[in-house]
Write a new protein. Structure first.
Length: 297
């Protein structure tokens, strides 16, 4: 058995049909079927059961499917590491960021691009939970996310904490101060809050902070996308509470921001990448750029 056969096997398992797998692999169907047959003969067991027109993995096939993914990934990463040593730093980076953290990434990439002009980028956007899953599935190498996190599968480089701010329509008059607002002033204000797809995050932190001040927040909308919430604010639908740096990343019109007087919570963010996984030189240097730019100020 060799790596090519493992790739054939995984493609058949993913497509659930030899015909579709052969098309994806740009090869004829008979040779592909023969390779799967040779694997089963070598192992002396069945890897697939036929269910109508579809092929389903046997229990043994499921184990091989999972183990083969690790072997192939490690082999591919080894090739990348070897090539980087001989060729220098080039290629495409796969990275992610929540929108509320995007100002950190944009600032780092602005500097990084001038130092490493041969690098290109593929960016993923989503909330913390989504980006964690992207890293686990090896769709991206690293991400800048909002805390908290509850997984110990990642290395974490914490970025500076920052205050939360209220962002409201410019036409609203919700405070007697120009740049600050008391929690009592927000008792009846319709709030639209960031809420991640799964797990505890900024939504719970902000709601708990209101309750600590003896106020039940009037939450009218929950959304994982900061730009959607800010757009709704600009349209006059409601107000939102976001980390202060979020306002630096996007052009806002017809809105006004306020400091939250007496707030005991800070917005925490971090760069994360999977433990015991090889990082390309480009990703290693981007992490160092983020560290130098934001962690020593």
């Amino acid at each position: 058995m060799d790596l090519k056969q493992l790739r054939y096997f995984r493609t058949v398992a993913e497509e659930k049909q030899v015909t579709k797998a052969a098309k994806k692999l740009h090869m004829a169907q008979p040779p592909l079927s023969q390779q799967i047959k040779l694997m089963e003969e070598e192992l002396n067991l069945k890897l697939f059961d036929r269910q109508g027109r579809k092929l389903e993995l046997t229990k043994a096939g499921e184990i091989l499917f999972e183990k083969a993914a690790r072997l192939l990934t490690e082999f591919d990463e080894t090739l990348i590491e070897v090539r980087e040593i001989s060729e220098g730093m080039r290629g495409k980076m796969h990275i992610g960021s929540t929108k509320s953290c995007f100002s950190y990434l944009s600032a780092a990439l602005n500097l990084f691009k001038t130092q490493h002009p041969n690098i290109t980028y593929q960016l993923r956007e989503g909330d913390t939970y989504f980006l964690e899953e992207c890293i686990k599935n090896r769709e991206i190498e690293l991400a800048i996310v909002r805390m908290p996190m509850h997984s110990d599968e990642f290395n974490v480089l914490k970025l500076p904490s920052e205050p939360y701010v209220l962002v409201a329509p410019e036409s609203w008059n919700i405070s007697s101060y120009d740049d600050a607002v008391e929690f009592e002033d927000l008792r009846d204000v319709p709030l639209m809050l960031l809420h991640r797809i799964s797990g505890r995050g900024q939504f719970e932190l902000i709601v708990d902070e209101f309750r600590d001040h003896g106020i039940e927040p009037n939450v009218t909308c929950e959304c994982p996308d900061a730009t959607m919430l800010l757009s709704l604010v600009a349209s006059g639908v409601g107000a939102t509470i976001v980390p202060e740096s979020t306002l630096k990343a996007f052009a806002l019109h017809h809105t006004k921001s306020y400091q939250l007087t007496g707030a005991n919570i800070k917005a925490e963010s971090a760069v994360i990448w999977q433990k015991e996984r090889y990082l390309t030189k480009a990703s290693q240097r981007l992490i160092k750029t983020l560290e130098d730019q934001f962690c020593y100020v």
